[in-house]
Design a binder for this molecule. Sequence first.
Ligand code: ATP
Ligand code: MG
Length: 562
Amino acid sequence: MRWSRSLIPTLKEDPADAEAVSHKLMVRGGFVRQLAAGIYVYLPLGQRVLDKVNAIIREEMNRIGGQEMTMPVLLPAELWQQSGRWAAIGDEMFRLKDRNKRDMCLGMTHEEVIAWIAAKEVRSYRDLPQIWYQIQTKERDEARPKSGVLRTREFLMKDSYSLDVDAAALDKAYELHRQAYCRIFDRCGLRYHVVQSDPGMMGGAGSHEFMVPSAAGEDQVALCGACGYAANLELAASRPLRPPTPAWTGPEEVATPGARTIEEVAAFLRVDPRLTLKTLLVVGKEGPVLCCLRGDHALHERKLLRVLGEFRPAHRDEVQEYAGVETGFLGPSGQRLPILADEALREGVYVAGANKPDTHVRGIVPGKHFPARFVDLRAVLPGEGCPQCGTPLGVERVIEVGNIFKLGTKYSVPLKAVYLDEAGQERPIVMGSYGIGPARIAAAAIEQRHDKDGIIWPESIAPFGVHLVVVNVKEAAMAGLGERLHGAAQAAGLEILFDDRDERPGVKFKDADLLGIPYRVTVGTRAVRDGLVEIRRRRDGQEWALREGEVTPRLQALFQGG
Ligand code: ATP
Ligand code: MG
C-alpha cells in the first residue's frame, strides 16, 4: 500500500484529553478518531489491526469447534424480561422504542438470544454439545468511557456460548475455551494472568478473567509467586499481617477530643493504626448495618455488595439517627444494629469508637465485646499472606481482555432452552459464556509494547509487516529502487506499507517509529551509492544491510523466525 494514497493522518502532538499510552499512540498514529464520548472510528490502520486480531480469534475458536454466526444488535425487550435482566440491568443498557411503541434494547451481551435459539433448535442430547460464537458490535452506556478504545460505549466483542447436557460437559467446554484463550493471547503477544473472578451480573458457578498487567488497567489482581494463586481483588482473599500486641487490656474508655479519623486517633493515642478498628454505617435493602474493619484496611465495595446486595454509605444525619452518635466516634460495642466484621478482626484487641462524643474505647475484642458476623470485606494489600500458602502476595493493576463464565442453567431455565435426555426426560441446557474484546487486545498490546517514539507491534497483529521508506522520492534512482522493492515484497505476499510521500526523511523516520511496524526497510543514499538496503527491526533496533535481491528473502526468513 502506498502512503501517498492512504488515509494515515499521523499527529505530532498527543491528544489533549488522553492519559493512557495506547490512547495517545492510537490517535497520534492515525489508527482511530473519537466521534463522541466512548464512540470511535477505526481508520484504515486501526481496521487492519482489528482484522488481524479477529483472524487469530476466529482460527482459535474454530479449532475448538466453535461455529460463527451473527446475532442482531437490535433486540426485543421480551427476551430480557424473561431472563430478568430487563429489570436487573440499569443505565448501562441502551433502551429504545420502535414505531409501535414496543420496548427494544441494544445488545450488550447475547445470552438471552443464544437461549432463544437453543429453545427453538435444540431437541435432544444428540444435538449437544454446541459452541456458537460471533464477533459483533456491543452497545453499553458505560458510566465512565475512558482510556481510548479500552473502555468505549460501542465496541466489538467476540462472544461465544457453550451448550451442554450437564455440568461435567460444561467443564470440558470451559477448559477448551481456557486453552483457546491462552493461545489467542499468546499469539497476540500479550503477557497476561488467568485469575479467578466474580461472576457479577452474569451469575453462574465459576469464572476466570484474562488480565494484562498495565498501569492503564482499571482492575487489580492479587498474585502469589509461589503457588500460583491469582484472583481479582474483587474476591481475592489473604492472611492479614498480624497486628502488634497492645500494651493495654480493656475495655477502657479514653478521651480523644476532636480525633475522628483513624490517623487522628492513632496519632493522638500513639498506637499503630493496625490496633484501631473503624466502623462504617451503610444502608442496605434491609436497613442500616455496621461494618467493622481494621484501621489500616480498606473496604472493598464489591465484597460488601455480595454480602448485602445494593447498599450505600449512610449520610451524616443517618449516623446520628440510627446509631445515636456523630461520625468519628461510632463504634460497634453497645450498638443494636446488625454488625458485619471483616475476617481480619477475628484476631486482636482494638481501639474503637465509644459511641460518645470525643471518646474511644480500647481493649475491644471483636466477637467478645460485640456480636458480629465475620465476613471477608477488605481489599487485599500487597505483602499480605497468600490464602493458600502464606507467601506474601503481589497486587498488580491490569486490563481485562477476556473472561470465561460457567453460567449453568441461569438463562436456559427462564427461556425454556431444554433438551430430551437418553431416557426421554426434559432437562435444561447447561450453558457457558465467554468474551474477548479485540480492541482491548490491540490497546493492551500497545500498553505493553511501546517506547518514547511510538508503538512496537507484535508481528502477529501489526497493521503491516514491512514499512518501506524511500528517503527522497525525487531522486530517480532511489524512487526506482523503492518501486522494485515494493513490487517484490508484494509479489512474495508480504504486507508492506510504502512511504512514497514527498516528505523530509526526519518526518518519515519519526512516523515509522510511531506506527511501530515490525521491520523498516530504508532506501537512502547508501542504497544508491553502495547498493546496500537497510532493514531495521523496530523491537530491538537490530539492522541488516543487504543487496536489493536479498531483501525480500531475508524479510520472509525473519517472519518465519529465521
Ligand atoms: P469490564 O469489567 O472491563 O467492564 P466486563 O466484565 O463488563 O468488562 P464482559 O461483559 O464480560 O466484560 O465483556 C467481555 C470482554 O469485552 C471484556 O473482557 C473486554 O475485553 C471487552 N469489553 C467489555 N466492556 C468493554 C468496553 N466498554 N469497551 C471495550 N471493550 C470492552
Ligand atoms: Mg463492564
